[in-house]
Design a protein around this ligand. Structure first.
Ligand code: ADP
Ligand code: MG
Ligand code: MG
Length: 206
């Protein structure tokens, strides 16, 4: 994955967030405070404006700039979480202009670890982690088997799509949805839905 493809990923993701603002907010209305789409769109709208100024940067610097933009403009839990994802991801691929399959694994794993630490969250807590974790696990396995990035990422996306559906069955243990206890069961997690979009856009830009 080269710099141009990274920029395409971010552009697609930002556009998807704008297009799915209402949908993400509706998901959050069911088990949270009806602002996930609004929160995300605030940050990604700003990112869309700034993206053209990133074109001379290396991949690590691009992801770091994304992190700063998101942390400074997204309110709520998702700002620091996505901000941490991109900050840790940026450190894992510092100074690189091209990512091979292993570099991508480093990027994803660093981001994943960042979300887990920052959110103090575990698999099964009904958060964005419940999409990110299984997707990264599948990607890692596929790369271990020698699959090319595009193929490994497609397998990860297939798993992520299924994992997103499965968040409906989980009871929330973190974030606002956890206040609902058992009543959080039967609804998809909004952060898991936005995280799926992030991974889907990554795959589509390869
Ligand atoms: P807020 O809950 O502050 O209104 P958002 O609505 O923007 O923030 O984001 C909610 C999403 O953030 C949840 O659906 C969940 O996926 C994610 N989330 C909340 N708390 C955590 C946490 N501690 N760790 C990981 N993800 C979390
Ligand atoms: Mg919310
Ligand atoms: Mg909120």
């Amino acid at each position: 994955m080269n710099t141009e493809q990274v920029l395409r990923w971010l552009q697609r993701f930002a556009t998807k967030i704008e297009q799915n603002k209402e949908y993400l907010t509706e998901l959050d209305a069911a088990i949270g405070d009806a602002d996930h789409g609004i929160n995300m769109e605030r940050g990604f709208k700003k990112l869309l404006v700034q993206l053209p100024t990133y074109s001379s940067k290396d991949i690590g610097s691009i992801l770091k700039a994304v992190s700063m933009t998101l942390i400074s403009s997204i309110g709520g839990a998702s700002g620091p979480l996505y901000g941490t994802f991109f900050l840790r991801a940026s450190a894992a691929v510092a100074d690189k202009d091209e990512l091979d399959e292993r570099d991508m694994l480093d990027l994803l794993k660093a981001g994943l670890d960042g979300v887990m630490e920052r959110g103090k969250t575990q698999l099964g807590d009904k958060t964005m982690l419940d999409v990110l974790y299984p997707a990264v696990t599948v990607y890692e396995k596929a790369v271990g088997e020698g699959k090319l990035m595009r193929v490994a990422m497609q397998q990860a996306i297939d798993r992520a799509e299924q994992a997103l559906q499965e968040t409906s069955m989980l009871q929330a243990k973190k974030g606002r949805a956890s206040y609902l206890g058992e009543r959080s069961v039967g609804h998809q997690d909004p952060g898991a839905a936005s995280c799926f979009l992030m991974l889907k856009c990554l795959c589509d830009s390869l």
